[in-house]
Write a protein that binds this ligand. Structure first.
Ligand code: GRF
Length: 203
């Protein structure tokens, strides 16, 4: 069975979409552990409800050893690390050990509205301010560059004149919940080839 670890920092609705996809028979994997970036986040409650092992690895406690601690927990235990609303940045050996085996969901169409400080509502506020007619979400591999790894899947979402940032967030999040399980399923079935910075999805 393909095993995953999910890293989260907040509500964990994307984590829930993984659990739901497994329960519906659309995703054939097991969530071995959920690692939270702090205590008290709802993502950890969602994991406990599912009787999944949980850990908290906070920057406050581990500082620049945060990624190493996560590597220690995951090495040899999982096939894939999924960042689902995870706000901390991974660095160091984990990126080598799990090369092309860490994915992230980002709530915009990368390379627009991504990178430094582009997380949470900052993304959707910037989208509204810019006047773009479309935004969306992206699942990509994680490398040394923030939001810079090869893009696996993207989904487009319209932005209407009447929308505020919350409206856009809601519309994007609904698509995130479909896109992330879809990307995991492609990886489970070995359908993804990375060529330089580009992903080919094998038919
Ligand atoms: C999502 O928009 C995700 O893309 C971003 O954080 C948001 C919160 O997600 N990185 P969740 O409800 O905690 O999964």
């Amino acid at each position: 069975m393909f095993k995953i670890a999910v890293l989260a920092s907040g509500g964990g609705s994307n984590l829930q979409s993984i659990f739901d996809s497994i329960d519906n028979g659309n995703l054939n994997c097991s969530v071995e552990m959920v690692i939270g970036s702090k205590e008290g986040i709802f993502a950890l409650d969602r994991a406990k409800t599912k009787e999944v092992e949980t850990h908290v690895v906070s920057r406050k406690e581990y500082g620049n050893k945060t990624s190493d601690k996560i590597l220690e927990l995951t090495k040899g235990k999982v096939d894939l690390i999924v960042l689902a609303g995870y706000l901390s940045i991974l660095e160091g050996d984990i990126l080598k050990e799990f090369k092309n085996k860490i994915i992230n969901i980002h709530p915009s169409l990368i390379p627009a509205f991504c990178g430094d400080k582009m997380y949470g509502m900052n993304v959707h506020n910037a989208v509204i301010k810019s006047g773009v007619k479309f935004t969306g979400c992206s699942v990509h591999f994680v490398n040394e560059e923030v939001d810079g790894g090869a893009i696996i899947l993207q989904e487009v979402v319209p932005v209407n004149f009447e929308d505020n940032a919350e409206d856009v967030q809601k519309r994007v999040l609904a698509e995130e919940h479909k896109l992330l399980p879809k990307a995991i399923e492609l990886l489970i079935n070995d359908k993804i080839q990375v060529v330089d910075k580009r992903v080919n999805i094998v038919k």
